[in-house]
Structures are given as C-alpha cells and as structure tokens.
Design a protein around this ligand. Structure first.
Ligand SMILES: [Zn+2]
Length: 269
C-alpha cells in the first residue's frame, strides 16, 4: 500500500491525533503503536493493551485498529508464528482529504487577491505559490467559511504552522474559547486557557473575530478590566523586523450573569 512519505507521523499527544480520533481508546492505541514502531506489537499484545487499558474485548481491539487504519497505514506481517502490526505512515487518501476540502470556486475566491495576506508577495512578481490558509486552524474550531480563509504564500503558511504548533497543547481550551458567544468571552477564555503565558495579539484577534468580525477587539479586551480582570502587554521583535504584540493574563474573575458586554458597560459607569 502506498504511503504519504512527506508527512511525518504526528506525535500521539498532538492536536492532530486528538482531532482525528475523538475516541480515547483509539488515541491510546495510536500512542502504543507509535511507541512500538521499532518493535511492532503482535496481535496478543494489542489485545492485552486494549483490555488492560479499557477492559474491552478482542473484537473491540480490532475495531480500534480498523479506526487507526482509516487514516494510517498499519502493516501486518508474519514473525514466526506471530502476526505483528507496524505503524508505517499516513494513508495518502487521508493526507489529500486533510489538505483541503474546499470547492474550486471557494479556493478561487480566496486566492483572487493574488497576494499573500501576511507578507504581500504575489505569484507573478515574486514567484511564490499561494495556498488557502485557515486563519483559525480547523483543529482549533475554525471553519471553512470564507471569513476564516485567506491567501498565504507557502513560506508564510509553513511559518504560521510552526508558530501555531506552539499552542497545540492548549488546543482543547482554544476550541472551547471559540465557542463563547461574546467576543469578551472568547478573548477571556483564550487568555485563561493559555495559563498566564504570553499570547500573540494576532491569535487574540483571530479568536475574537470568530462567529462575528471584531474590528476593535483591543477595546473588548480593555473592557474586561471593568469586570476586574487584569493583564499585561509587551512588544517583541520576532525576526528582527516584524514587531509582535503579546498579552498575558494576570487576574481573572468569573463571568457575570447574562451579557458580558452589558455588565462591562454597567461597571464602567
Ligand atoms: Zn507570505
């Protein structure tokens, strides 16, 4: 079976894996297979692992393995009287699906400005290739709606991926923050989720603008102070040229009953 070779296997604790497999038993099995790549487990060991972890039967174990195989190539081979299962790589079909599930029309619409939304390079003059980027990654609760899509050159896109990967451990909390109805709630929950770490302004802006666009999310952030919240701000220069503004939560308060915006306005007066 062909394997997607360019794409390394994701870390068992990564966001990618938790997005692919909502079932914990499948995620754990992936982790087990991942750890045992150099010494692939035999059928019995897989049964024992699943039974030991979840008390599930042998047929359940094989069902979990089939779920893994929806996304990954697991090679089965003979070793004496045993059958071993080796986690080899991504299934190409899945890699293609993961790449982008957008219609040609939507892609054309997003790429129409013919300019990278981050560095401004364009294909004609700069020989860059533009790709469709999700402002808020899919795995963090972003969607395929046009407001969440932008053209990026491949270089900016891969830079962004690396940068956002820093926050993958908080993916679950970020997904929860995005669900908040009000921008104040999304901003506040994001800062809380990052547990006092510095959060880039760009990320706050993107999360604040999910559900409805916020042209002044900084103001929403300031309004949190009316509710007794406190945070600090700093500006760092990441790559020598581009200044990045960051925020860090110092103190938070429980959300008021009802509308946060209304409560913030009341307290201001
Ligand atoms: Zn770019």
């Amino acid at each position: 079976m062909p394997i997607e070779t360019e794409r390394p296997l994701p870390d068992p604790d990564s966001l990618e894996v938790s997005t692919l497999f909502p079932l914990e038993s499948v995620r754990r099995l992936y982790g087990f297979m991942y750890e045992r790549r150099s010494h692939p487990p035999a059928t019995d060991e897989i049964h024992q692992f699943i039974a030991g972890q979840f008390g599930e039967s042998q047929s359940e174990a094989m069902r979990r393995l089939r779920s893994l195989r929806d996304c990954f190539v697991v090679r089965r081979y003979r070793d004496g009287h045993l059958h071993r299962y080796e986690l080899v790589g991504w299934k190409p079909v899945h890699a293609d699906q993961m790449r982008l599930n957008l219609s040609a029309r939507v892609r054309a619409q997003v790429l129409a400005p013919q300019r990278c939304a981050q560095c401004g390079k364009n294909p004609l003059e700069d020989q860059v290739k533009l790709v469709v980027d999700h402002k808020l990654p899919l795995a963090w609760g972003g969607g395929d709606e046009i407001e969440n899509l932008q053209p990026l050159c491949e270089e900016c896109n891969s830079g962004k991926r690396d940068f956002y990967a820093t926050y993958d451990p908080y993916a679950e909390q970020i997904r929860a923050a995005v669900q908040q109805e009000e921008p104040h709630g999304r901003i506040g929950e994001l800062l809380k989720a990052l547990q006092g770490n510095w959060v880039p302004a760009e990320l706050i802006g993107v999360v604040a603008s999910m559900r409805q666009y916020q042209d002044d999310w900084q103001r929403r952030l300031r309004e949190l102070r009316n509710l007794g919240w406190d945070y600090e701000n700093r500006v760092v220069r990441a790559t020598g040229t581009r200044a990045i503004s960051e925020y860090r939560l110092i103190h938070w308060e429980p959300w008021p009953e009802g509308s946060i915006a209304a409560a913030a306005k009341r307290k201001q007066r």
